[in-house]
Design a protein around this ligand. Sequence first.
Ligand SMILES: [Zn+2]
Length: 763
Amino acid sequence: MHSKCISVPPYPLCPSASSVVKILIFGSLTVLPLTLHAQTSILGFTPNSAAHESAVEEKLKSIPTPDGERRQHKILTAEPHVAGSTRNNELARYIADQWRNEGLEDVVIRRYDVYGSNPKSTFLEMTAPLHYRALLRELPVPGDSDLKNKSISSAWSGMSASGEVTAPLVYAHSGNPEDYDLLRKQGIVVKGKVVLVRYSNPYSYRGFKALTAQREGAAAILIYSDPAEDGYTKGKVVPNGPWGPEYHIQRGSITYDFMVPGDPLTPGWASVPGAKRIPMEEAVSIPRIMALPLSWHDAKPLLAQMDGPVAPADWQGGLPIKYHLGGNRVRVHVKIEMDNSTQPYYVVEGRIRGAELPDEWVVLGNHRDAWVFGGVDPSSGTASMMELTRALGQLKKDGIRPRRTIVVCSWDGEEMGLTGSTEWGEQFADELRKKAVAYINVDEATSGPNFHGQAVASLAPMLVEASHSLQDPSGKTLYEAWKATAAREKESGSQSGQMNDSGVSDGTLADTRIGSGSDHTVFLNFVGVPVLGLEFDGPYGVYHSAYDDFFWMNHFGDPGYRYHTLMSQLWGVLALRLSNSDILPFDFAAYAQNIRQFVSELERNNKNVWGADKKMWGQPPPAVQSGEARPPLPLDLEPVLTAISDFEASGQRLNASITRVLSSGPIDPKLAGTINHGTMQVERNWLNPEGIPGRPWFKHILYGARFTYAHLELPGLTEAVEKQDWTVAAQQAEILRQALITNTKLLNDLNSTLTGQTAAPAN
Ligand SMILES: [Zn+2]
């Protein structure tokens, strides 16, 4: 209840002893028995509303309990519940019933009829030089009776093609394009063969591996978990530690959802029953290659028999064998039969209608479907969501409604291709563009104690600010714990791509590089809704395997469910701040600084692309001798940088005006509405209706994802620069500049409205 007093310039959280107040909530309805050291400064709140808000937050934070989290987690992980399964649909009804009992409103289960992908049978054997039939199953370990469950699936990849082939096997390392280049140099052709690749570190989405193998003409791809990545090389394995044991299989989809997520047959519109569908042949996100995931138990006999050149040192893995490139000696027989009949997926939706602004929505979501039990992914998130909805329901019963509407969703089919959230987002895109303030996603919510917070840059300051008011189980504030984690990771270099060399400051704490791979995608990239993402992580070697279960969570991930509880609290505090603020807590000056950083990184990362003489591009060309022709610049980013500076200046002016207006007390609701509707439009204005080149579904011009799912800033511009397509690059730079100009004008207009209207009564 008492958080430490820490000042975050320019927002002192504990201004004076006089802020110890008794707080009345909602007039005579409810008196909270709270005497607390209230916050009178929260981004977006007047001092009075901040005091009220902090009382509401204290009450919300007091409701989720570790026992409640554990109870929900036990129910959610009791049985395997892949998308489309009976159990997953039962859980949809369970969640809907819980929400109704808790007092959520308008609870509905929405149905989407999507292209299904379920295994009828999978089979793999080595036919030469000796026979080995792959187990394709995960064996139980002592102490974890869930692993004896008969409905645990065998190895399979979502969206695999069906087929059968017997062909030589080639080891292609991580299965990235450069790996095939190396094979080619060694004279090894993979066309018509089966490739064996490993899950890799750094993470590269398996669908990208599949697409790369398909482009290389391989007949099938086998993707295995090498102990060097997530097994015994890392540390103790299940049941003695958190890392993946011998038999663990990382299932997963190989869909090409980096082209278009969701149901492959309804790209850009919702798969409501009866929706129009494109023919399968036209669906760009359906892979044409067979794929199968393997445990290292099943990969080892194959690797051990392979001949050909010895694989390079960095291709060697954690198994006690010499890895060879193969190509002749080992032959394998792969047979996969998939059921692709249309299948219903169910999204559960509930809400607490806003007391004052019901048509402004703060949306919260997490997926429900799991590859097997889904201990971390996604049931840790769903458990936290259920304790949060219980808390929100309790507040409502106590007469405390949020000002804006809080919409909560349990997505389906995330694992297959972000399907449920994508279809829902497509169905309600127009309404969301009018009403959505922000979307807060969790997925693998808790696998350890290390916090990672993600946000579009305009919401990063409010995320950092909120972390001050939460207590980490370590005894520190969440803010301090987060900073310590960030500093540790920076030191170990594990996040080297994410931190700049200026150290861990408040400005760099939140990760503002948002790729794909979870349910925030439709909100950010298709609808233009600002997003936040929350996660506590730790050593986690059982991802997408049967071992990711209740036992794992209770022994390794979060044995006391304290981080689950903190997740409910944090998620709730953020939702309440967004829904109760007087002026939405966007910081567009911070956004501008972030965009400038994206542009400078684009220049830095690509400074060698301008010809062999390695001259910088986007910079004035070097001085030339008289008479020498001045080389043409391939791309001039000065106009973009100027537009960023203008946007930043407007953001700073608006921040200053908002701070001044908020500090002077209650705001005229009509004026607040004008400002809020205006600032909600900023994110929408980053969308290009045409989409990024080659990927029209992805419309955001600041955030995108590579085919590996890795974040990709300024996606259209960056991809054009990397291809050295200077015509497209110039077009993309101009689209960015125009969006900056539009948003600068918007902020200037809002600032005039704010200063004009607030100046008037004073005269
Ligand atoms: Zn997940």
